[in-house]
Design a protein around this ligand. Structure first.
Ligand SMILES: Nc1ncnc2c1ncn2[C@@H]1O[C@H](COP(=O)(O)OP(=O)(O)OP(=O)(O)O)[C@@H](O)[C@H]1O
Length: 618
């Protein structure tokens, strides 16, 4: 604790310096001033006692003690003024330190690779580090308290050392047990926190689900409430068990420490008695010694307590520092080779990729394909065949385990990542529904540029979202966050239109749409495909991922993925044709879909009177 103390104070001081230099100066000066005033006060009290116990009449003794008494009073007054100055400075510093620490945490986290965010070890660190900012705030207060206690202690200890050095030893002996107890309890609490951090996060997740607006309908219709409550209770109860264990251990440690402190205190007073008895110490000095022992032991106890809290909080701030270090190692690299301005094609060369986790299979297992720019390229394949993974690699969210992704002849691994992501606009299956207004939900596609109304309207036109915006209670300014005043809710399909508008607003060279029509009605779907065709005709590269195989008819090239590899590629006609060689994965999937239409759709009478089934065999 002693060796760590300067480091802990320095860490907090650095954060405080960054947050508010003048407030830190004020607190430091006020605290040093308070220490000096306390020392002066103790020495003055010593003088007062000496004068009061000397021979002479009461009036004479009081008159002699007068000046020292005035000094003691003056020192106390100055100490009080300095204390209030220090309190004001600390109050100013605390929230600023918390903000600086929080910003550091958030900035580092926002810049790490996606893989780091999905790594459970990193996430665990994120969880514990999230307490670091609050701890940094509290550390300011504890640091102030430590300095106060330290100054009082130095004052009392100096007096004791002058009176008799053995008294100083006794003072330390009286305080050591409580120091040991406080430290043991803090360590145990911190270790337990780390063991339980994910458990408590899971408990919080369940409690948040119970009040979440997204889960509310299902909680009611499927009566999930009691199930969630049961799990919440079970998780809380196991945590209560841990708290009980810690409390029992803390009580035992406290009892042992109190016993030792009692013995040491008795020893201290016995020693003092011995010194007085043998005449080594004068009675007047004995009185001061009692005062100094009492003041010193209470300062030392307070110091131990404050350092202990400081120590406990510092462990969380330590987590915050570790997170920042770890995040810096896993941050998205800056700089790299420039990408060709107008690449002719993007090529995947034997790309393999496995998600983190010990039992994960390869999501991409030697995928090779070409995406010619300015065309519509469709990616199709069964669930889990690797389509979305391929797109995430194309966007630079993950790096291939082996193989290369080339923009003409520039390997994406060596390219400037910022430039790479600025070339793509993506509306994924799990695109985010930002709890902001409708216009922000679209313009957030290009947050680095000021919002542009014309471009916003064009994006809405592209996605067919104009009538949706017109019907919103406040148009573009409607808040799309349920549970907030004026908050409005959209249907799944309406959200999809906004997601598409966002991707269009971004104006990336490559537009990636993953299942863009899954929630759209037939008319909106048709309108969207017309728009996509128009974009491709104007030179935009569109990558389309869909399970609606009929809708890839308009694609210039279709890649069919199967178990992380490209099973076959070609145009819609090629892939259905008997003449073109291949495993015919697409044709099999297409026939299954077409058969569903054949049995489900009502027959439409044809002109020659025979029934005809849309999309089906006749
Ligand atoms: N974040 C992840 N962590 C671990 N495994 C993942 C993750 N995302 C996908 N996978 C796995 O990778 C494989 C490929 O998934 P991917 O999402 O690329 O398939 P997909 O072809 O897009 O499927 P779908 O048509 O269902 O969207 C699957 O086995 C899936 O379980």
């Amino acid at each position: 604790m002693v060796t760590r103390l300067p480091h802990l104070i320095a860490t907090t001081a650095r954060l405080a310096w960054e947050a508010d230099k003048s407030a830190l100066r004020l607190v430091t000066l006020a605290e040093v001033g308070r220490g000096i005033s306390q020392a002066v006060s103790l020495v003055a009290v010593n003088r007062v006692l000496a004068h009061l116990l000397e021979t002479g009449t009461t009036a004479e003794r009081l008159a002699h003690a007068g000046p020292a008494l005035t000094v003691a009073g003056g020192a106390a007054l100055i100490g009080a003024v300095l204390r209030s100055l220090s309190t004001a400075g600390t109050g100013q510093l605390e929230p600023k330190v918390e903000r600086v620490a929080t910003e550091r945490y958030l900035a580092h986290t926002a810049n790490v690779e996606l893989e780091a965010v999905e790594d459970d070890e990193f996430h665990k660190l994120l969880d514990s580090a999230s307490y670091g900012a609050g701890s940094a705030r509290r550390m300011v207060k504890y640091c102030q308290n430590v300095i106060t206690a330290l100054m009082s202690l130095i004052a009392a200890a100096s007096v004791l050392a002058i009176l008799h050095p053995i008294l100083l030893v006794m003072l330390v002996a009286m305080t050591l047990p409580s120091a040991w107890a406080a430290l043991s309890v803090a360590r145990r609490r911190y270790t337990s926190f780390h063991v339980w951090v994910q458990h408590s996060r899971a408990g919080q997740l369940i409690s948040r689900l119970l009040i979440s607006t997204e889960a509310a309908p299902e909680i009611r219709v499927h009566q999930v409430g009691p199930f969630l409550l049961h799990h919440f209770r079970a998780m809380s109860q196991s945590q209560e068990g841990e708290q009980k264990r810690l409390a029992r251990l803390a009580a035992r440690t406290g009892l042992i420490a109190a016993g030792w402190t009692g013995v040491a205190t008795a020893g201290a007073y016995a020693t003092l008695g011995g010194l007085l008895w043998t005449g080594v110490m004068a009675l007047s000095v004995g009185g001061t010694a009692v005062l100094a022992i009492r003041s010193g032991s209470s300062s030392l106890n307070n110091l131990v307590l404050q350092v202990n809290w400081l120590y406990e909080e510092s462990m969380f701030v330590g987590d915050l520092h570790r997170l920042c270090e770890e995040a810096a190692k896993r941050t998205i690299p800056v700089g790299g080779l420039p990408l060709p301005k107008e690449p002719a094609q993007i090529t995947f060369e034997d790309v393999a990729f496995t998600y983190q986790g010990k039992d994960n299979k390869r999501a991409l297992d030697g995928a090779s394909l070409t995406i010619p720019t300015g065309k519509i390229v469709a990616l199709v394949g069964a669930n889990g065949s690797g389509k979305s993974t391929l797109i995430k690699l194309l966007c630079g969210l993950y790096q291939p385990e082996s193989g290369r992704i080339l923009w003409d002849d520039v390997d994406a691994a060596d390219a400037d990542r910022q430039e790479l992501v600025s070339r793509v606009a993506v509306v994924g299956q799990d695109f985010y529904r930002w709890p902001f207004t409708a216009d922000v939900n679209v313009t957030i596609g290009r947050p680095d540029e000021p919002p542009n109304q014309e471009r916003l309207e064009a994006a809405a036109r592209y996605a067919g979202a104009e009538s949706l915006i017109e019907e919103l209670p406040r148009g573009w300014s409607t808040l799309l966050a349920r549970g907030y005043k004026g908050g409005h809710n959209l249907s799944g399909g309406q959200w999809q239109l906004l997601g598409l508008s966002r991707a269009h607003y971004r104006r990336g060279q490559v537009l990636i749409v993953d299942e863009p029509t899954s929630a759209l009605d037939a008319k909106a779907e048709q309108q969207l495909f017309d728009q996509i065709r128009m974009l491709a005709d104007a030179g935009q590269t569109v990558i389309l991922i869909t399970h609606r195989l009929g809708s890839v008819r308009a694609a210039d090239l279709i890649h069919v993925l199967d178990h992380g590899r490209v099973a076959e590629s070609g145009t819609f006609e090629d892939l259905l044709s008997d003449e073109v060689e291949g495993p015919k994965v697409f044709r099999d999937l297409y026939r299954i879909q077409a058969a569903q239409y054949a049995t489900e759709a009502p027959a439409v009478p044809s002109q020659n009177g025979r029934p005809q089934v849309p999309g089906g065999r006749q």
